[in-house]
Design a binder for this molecule. Structure first.
Ligand code: PEP
Ligand code: MG
Length: 544
């Protein structure tokens, strides 16, 4: 048995024979050509066919992987229609007297290189899209047929890399999983694999041609693949696979159904995300919105402080993609366990009680205003909520709101459009719980951050594994604080959600519903299991 590791893009098990896929090799004539007009004509025909092909791929992706994945091919179509890109290609034909294939390769490669050099990881990943559409145009120019790459039996496809158009052309009924040597978690191929529910590994450097035809198991939970697994392993992982299939079928039935109890009480089940790369998980798990977008990941994923434009691009992408669903973006919550070199934060004796979150933002106002401006600009593209973390006093909320207003006035004067948005705060300290009535007067919603609320209520460092014996996530003081917050919010018409880990605890779902919680925002994988519980609860009967 051989074990190779990679980066898993979907938790799951795939079992089957390996099929090695070899991408077509393009033999391109690089010399001078005589009939320039004919070459321009050939390019025009190929680009037209490639544009039309994107609509076919769009329809196929829509059927196999859903709307968000299909949108990739709309984007490809727009890239192919780009006049600058087309003109650059034609110019190479006419000015350098080269063939359509050479011109396509040169112009598209240049554009791909440009994207690869951009700072934003999302834009960098678009470089792969350009290479993909380049291959489509070349296939039309050279008359290549790429339809037979899968063989005839269901298999795990192994390739150096797979372009989105290659992935979507695959016959899903013959595809058990995918393994690639290259690829990024942000790439559209990864997004497609996730939405097609295919256990897949990327960045598997040990791929080998000798695997072809051999039995293999992708273990997405442990980010590895077993080639020619032992009998015992095959038995264990087959059982795990069958259990996954059973669970998935049960949960699939809940997609599109309301999160409503037997007696008719509805609760919103939202998802927690860290950035645009988690978008697929939101739709895949049928979350009704995003209750916590931890915006600090936008900062943590960057080597230097992200600019207003970079932040705007990230927020807009999430808000626009999910509209009309609500997306609540929490302003930067760094400090404590989340440190960033470029912020030059001092070392502290008690970082969890120190300079963090809103305390940093209200001190470094220019830093904060950059984020507020990006958020306000993104609000024009969907249904947004802005949420401040670690608020303990009303004056902090008022100061943050004043800065938001200042940014709003500036942006309006600059001619920017600003959408409607809700404003809320995290309730994650005993101080906020005890002052919840006062705070509720100034916001549309509260979101209970039970991770920190538990830490600060019980004086238990959430980072310290030694304290596990003393830590009780169901501590009566925490549950009482949740009830107090919900009651205070409701007294002032402020809705109340829970976005800490406790919100996904299935043993507390009924308790939270009885407390009157309006929203639960949980990791995307917990959305459907929670919906299942909500739909089985009857609040008109006494608690079991
Ligand atoms: C919380 O404290 O419960 C919370 C959701 O925020 P974080 O875990 O990011 O501190
Ligand atoms: Mg917190």
């Amino acid at each position: 048995m051989v074990v190779a590791t990679g980066k898993s893009i979907l938790n799951g098990i795939a079992i089957g024979k390996i099929k090695i896929y070899k991408a077509p090799v393009y033999d391109i004539y690089e010399g001078i050509v005589e009939d320039i007009e004919r070459e321009v004509e050939r390019f025009n025909e190929a680009i037209e066919k490639a544009i039309a092909d994107q609509s076919v791929l769009y329809e196929k992706a829509l059927k196999d992987a859903g709307e968000e994945s299909a949108a990739i091919f709309e984007a490809h179509q727009m890239m192919l229609e780009d006049e600058d890109l087309q003109d650059s290609t034609r110019e190479i034909i006419t000015e350098q007297k080269r063939g359509a294939e050479y011109a396509t390769k040169t112009a598209f490669d240049n554009y791909a290189q440009m994207f690869a050099e951009m700072d934003d990881p999302y834009m960098q990943a678009r470089s792969a899209d350009l290479i993909d559409i380049e291959a489509t145009v070349l296939d039309f120019l050279l008359g290549n047929d790429t339809s037979s790459m899968q063989g005839t039996e269901p298999s795990i496809l192994v390739a150096e890399d797979l372009a989105p158009s290659e992935t979507v052309k695959l016959d899903k009924s013959l595809l058990l999983g995918m393994i690639t040597r290259e690829g990024s978690a942000n790439s559209h191929t990864a997004i497609l694999a996730r939405s097609m529910n295919l256990p897949s590994l990327i960045q598997c450097k040990e791929i080998d041609d000798s695997w072809d035809g051999k039995l293999a198991i992708i273990d997405g939970y442990n980010s590895c693949v077993y080639i020619e697994p032992t009998k015992e392993l095959l038995k264990t992982l087959t059982a795990k696979h069958d259990e996954d299939v059973r669970k998935l079928a049960l949960l699939e039935e809940l997609k599109g159904k309301p999160s409503t109890t037997l007696d008719g009480t509805s609760v919103h089940i939202y998802a927690n995300i860290g950035g645009p790369s988690d978008l697929g998980f939101v739709n895949e798990n049928d979350a009704e919105g995003v209750g916590l977008f931890r915006s600090e990941f936008v900062y943590l994923n960057s080597k230097e402080e992200p600019t207003e434009e970079q932040q705007f691009a990230a927020y807009k992408r999430v808000v626009e993609t999910l509209a009309p669903k609500q997306v609540i973006i929490r302003t930067c919550d760094i400090g404590a366990d989340k440190t960033i070199d470029y912020m030059n934060l001092d070392k502290e004796e008690n970082p969890a009680l120190g300079f963090r979150a809103i305390r940093i933002c209200l001190t470094r106002k220019d830093f904060f205003k950059k984020q507020l401006r990006a958020l306000l600009r993104a609000s024009a593209y969907g249904n947004m909520g802005i949420m401040f973390p670690m608020i303990i006093s009303k004056w902090e909320l008022m100061e943050a709101k004043a800065l938001l207003k200042e940014c709003e006035d500036e942006l309006k004067a600059e001619g920017h459009k600003i959408g409607k948005y809700e404003l809320g705060i995290m309730i994650e300290t005993p101080a906020a719980v005890l002052c919840a009535d006062d705070l509720a007067e100034e916001c549309d919603f509260f979101s209970l951050g039970t991770n920190d609320l538990t830490q600060y209520t019980c004086a238990i460092d959430r980072q310290n594994a030694k304290l596990e014996r003393f830590s009780d996530t169901h501590h009566p003081a925490v549950l009482k604080s949740i009830q107090m917050t919900i009651d205070a919010g409701h007294r002032h018409g402020t809705w109340v959600g829970i976005c800490g880990e406790l919100g996904a605890d299935p043993t507390l779902t009924e308790t939270f519903l009885r407390m009157g919680v309006d929203e639960l925002s949980v990791n995307p994988k917990s959305v459907l299991p929670l919906r299942k519980i909500v739909r089985s609860v009857d609040l008109s009967k006494p608690e079991a």
